[in-house]
Design a protein around this ligand. Structure first.
Ligand code: F6R
Length: 611
């Protein structure tokens, strides 16, 4: 979703802004723009262009044609007003002396716009952001910080703002509420960004702004203020991941790179949490007594993170015998959930910024639940508002379609299920030890799947022309199918559905006809025979079946399916962690063969910060 970059320093700002914006392209956008204080003229120079960032960059000769050392940049993902040059950010006030970049939505913009129009303020765009720029100018009487403060008391909604004022040419004002914003401390320069990847080439010393905070960035430092505009000191965090982690490093696509990085990500996530055959969870503040008294567990998330929750439900219930409900975050807060102090709410989010997930978290907190979040982005909003965080340590995930974050979320869910089961005494010693052994072997087993990626590429070449695909499975295979189906549809644009195999005959089987591709997932040993029956069932209606099972069942499955992908045998708990990898590769290769924009699929954003 939209990205913000800001720079105040001694170097030419525009090339730095464009380079920073290029690192935020993965978030999804449809237009881009920059505003730079043009020091010779005492004015703000604004350039905007619909389409890829390259269009803007070409227009500005990579930034070389724009002079000035203070500026803000933006990649926009349209919400209010179609993608166009005029609706792109920065948005400027009527005099052109205030420029604003904005992520989020100003909910009461219509009312504020009407008020300003009554005062004779003309509007040029359809955006809610222009209202902010015009309102700042309306209140401005020589003190820009005070004018911003007055605007903040009037606007409602979610926003991260970067503000330039032509009369204060040495500074940028930053504001954050419900939309991420990071401040960077460089040598004789300061930065502003929606995400660390945009500024990591310049500094690793960052401050995560909190809701309601305002900051004034200057070349020689940054002053932060609380919501009452009182000066505050913020703790500086050091980002410790390598720059390479956010680069393609020779791969054609981030998605492929991230698929291949999964074994390493799992080692980082799992190994430090297992010592002497026991699970250890760092910073874990849930007492044994609390765990014993948990009445109900809710898992709340969106998209692929929700699919992790689906697998997590099966595994948690099986190992702990505690009731677990999985809810889509976008539904949770409107469904009047039954939550009390004895409810544990597990929130799963890669970005830690998904608005629906955040809103669900707040609702659960309001109702008295304890919040444990499983998050990838350190210092993100969800991480900071939770009672406890288990980080996935997957490293930066750039491709819109999640892969390594999904796998590490799943690993954390498994560790958690084992930890709870140990405390509750609901897992036999032998099973616990077997699961731990297999968890430690998981990265190596995944490597063997990745080494056979050419087989998956072959299957993709056989099926990439299909227009409709069904994923079927039972229990954890069904949950895994939901993810396989989502991966395929989001990057290859092929319509696909995931069905619980047993449910097919209640309607959907009428869609199966000669040549329909069915990806039958049958890794879960306890239900293997039943899954085989479902393969026979769809085959007899003419389906072409690509089955996925374990090595030990390959031969058996080969007797009924048209083709079989086999994953190494492992503990039941971990089957979806291995099984999802061929599905990710299948989606990737199919999308590649169809010529799709794999890392940035149409209409999608990496971090969904609108409802
Ligand atoms: C799909 C995908 C999305 C995200 C969803 C939640 O590949 O990435 O479905 O899983 O938007 O995002 P997070 O986990 O950041 O809350």
């Amino acid at each position: 979703m939209c990205g913000i970059v800001g720079y105040v320093g001694q170097e030419q700002a525009a090339p730095i802004l464009l380079e920073g914006l290029s690192k935020l392209e993965y978030r999804g956008y449809d237009s881009a723009g920059v505003a730079v204080y043009a020091d010779q003229k005492g004015t703000l120079e604004v350039h905007k262009a619909k389409g890829r960032l390259q269009v803007l960059s070409d227009l500005l000769q990579g930034g070389a044609s724009v002079h000035g050392c203070v500026g803000i940049g933006h990649t926009r993902w349209a919400t209010h007003g179609a993608p166009s040059d005029v609706n792109s950010h920065p948005q400027v006030s009527r005099s052109g002396r205030i420029a604003v970049v904005h992520n989020g939505i100003i909910e009461n913009y219509a009312e504020l716009k009407a008020f300003l129009m009554e005062q004779g303020v003309p509007f040029t765009s359809e955006t809610d952001t222009e209202v902010v720029a015009q309102l700042i100018e309306h209140f401005y009487d020589g003190d820009i910080l005070q004018a911003v403060g007055r605007v903040l008391r009037r606007i409602e909604g979610a926003y991260a703002l970067g503000i330039l004022c032509a009369d204060a040419p040495d500074q940028i004002i930053a504001v954050r509420k419900d939309s991420p914003l990071i401040l960077g401390y460089g040598k004789d320069c300061s930065f502003l960004a929606s995400d660390v990847t945009a500024i990591i080439r310049h500094t690793r010393d960052v401050v995560y702004m909190d809701d309601g905070e305002v900051a004034v960035l200057r070349r020689d430092g940054i002053q932060c203020y609380n919501h009452l505009m009182q000066p505050i000191e913020k703790e500086i965090s050091h980002v410790d991941w390598e720059i390479d982690a956010a680069e393609k490093g020779g791969y054609e696509h981030f998605m492929f790179k991230e698929i291949m990085e999964q074994p390493e990500a799992l080692r980082r996530c799992i190994f430090p949490r297992i010592r002497d055959g026991e699970v250890y969870l760092e910073d874990f503040a849930l007492s044994e007594e609390y765990i014993r008294n948990i009445e109900k567990i809710y898992i709340v998330a969106c998209g692929s993170s929700y699919h992790v929750g689906m697998v997590g439900k099966y595994n948690l219930e099986r190992l702990t015998r505690k009731p677990v409900e999985v809810a889509l975050a976008s539904e949770f807060r409107y469904m009047d959930p039954i939550v009390s102090a004895d409810t544990l709410v597990i929130v799963i989010s890669q970005s830690g910024e998904t608005l629906d997930t955040m809103a669900a978290l707040r609702e659960a907190k309001r109702l008295g639940a304890t919040i444990l979040s499983i998050v990838n982005v350190v210092g993100s909003s969800i991480a900071r508002e939770s009672d406890m965080v288990l980080y996935t340590w997957a490293g930066p995930e750039i491709a819109v379609a999640t892969t390594k974050a999904y796998s590490t979320q799943m690993a954390v869910m498994d560790l958690l299920a084992l930890y709870f089961a140990r405390v509750l005494g609901t897992v036999a010693e032998e099973e616990y030890q077997a699961a731990i052994r297999e968890l430690l072997l998981l990265p190596a087993k995944m490597e063997t799947i990745l080494a056979d990626k050419d087989d998956i590429q072959y299957y993709a070449s056989q099926y990439f022309n299909h227009n409709s695909v069904f994923f079927i499975g039972r229990n954890v295979d069904y949950a895994m199918g939901l993810e396989g189906s989502l991966k395929l549809k989001e990057i290859s644009y092929i319509h696909s559905e995931a069905y619980a195999s047993g449910e097919l005959k209640h309607g959907t089987i009428s869609l199966i006809e000669s040549g329909t591709l069915v990806v039958a997932l049958a890794s879960y040993q306890k239900l293997f025979e039943k899954s085989m029956n479902n393969v026979v069932e769809v085959k007899s209606r003419g389906a072409d079946v690509l089955a996925l099972t374990t090595e030990s069942r390959r031969e058996e499955m080969g007797k009924v399916a048209n083709a079989v992908i086999a994953i190494p045998d492992t503990h039941d708990l971990l089957l979806p962690s291995l099984g999802v990898v061929p599905l990710q590769l299948f989606a990737y290769y199919v999308a590649l063969m169809r010529g799709c924009d794999i890392d940035k699929p149409r209409n999608l954003a990496k971090s969904v910060t609108v409802e």
